[in-house]
Design a protein around this ligand. Sequence first.
Ligand SMILES: [Zn+2]
Ligand SMILES: [Zn+2]
Length: 275
Amino acid sequence: MIMDLHTHTHHSPDAQDTVAERVEKANTLGLRIMAITDHCELNHYYPAEYYGETPSARVMHNGRQTFEGSVEETLAMQSRCGDLLLLCGTELGQIPQEPMIAKTLYEDPRIDFAIGSIHELPGMEDFYFLDYPSLCIRDLITQYFDEVLRVAQSDFYDVLAHLTYGLRYLPDRAGYDLTPHLPVIEEIFRAVIAKDKALEFNGSGLKAELQYTDPDLFLLRKYRELGGKRITLSTDTHAKEYLAYRMNDLEQLARELGFTHVTYYQKHKPVEIPL
Ligand SMILES: [Zn+2]
Ligand SMILES: [Zn+2]
């Protein structure tokens, strides 16, 4: 297995395991490249008090602390990984809401690369917590892809993560018709391609009852047709049981769609590995 480029450790409020435990598991599996990319929600970068809020399990406050802890623990492990290449990454949530903090973290010389994500829309909670029956789903998803486009057009990411996260918790995710959103999705792909960034092929949905990939195969094919060549493979795991989970399947699907290599980043420089 080549890579798992999106993983969370105990530094993320919703995940477990130390970096050392993940390294041990990766070596057991024979994984070649693993990136630690803990959550840094930029719109909650400081403690709750800074924003006049109370700490809550529903909000990942203090992204700054998560970033520092995760980076330091990862760097300390890099020389003790055996054959594994351990990359130091971060998952920057909501780049359009805090572009200046994003720039500072992106340029932090300790990290290899940054994943750009949208988990929340301005003034709203994470999609996981939304009360869907009270919302206009079409407007919500329109707003979601507009935010993702702003990430794609920014300079403070290397990999665009889980393109369809905004759909993940919809009551009828599999039945939602993306047709009206295809123009903006194509615009997102064009921005990623023009900036020579990578699109993440995220397999976290492969452990769900109704299995799916993010993006789905139709959208990933479209990315390729538009000239997209750079993809990363990831599980977005939050526990070691799912590290590199079904990675062979993800590799095979990517090959079948015509991708000839996968990409990882060292100090923001893309490195290609044949598939
Ligand atoms: Zn994410
Ligand atoms: Zn993640």
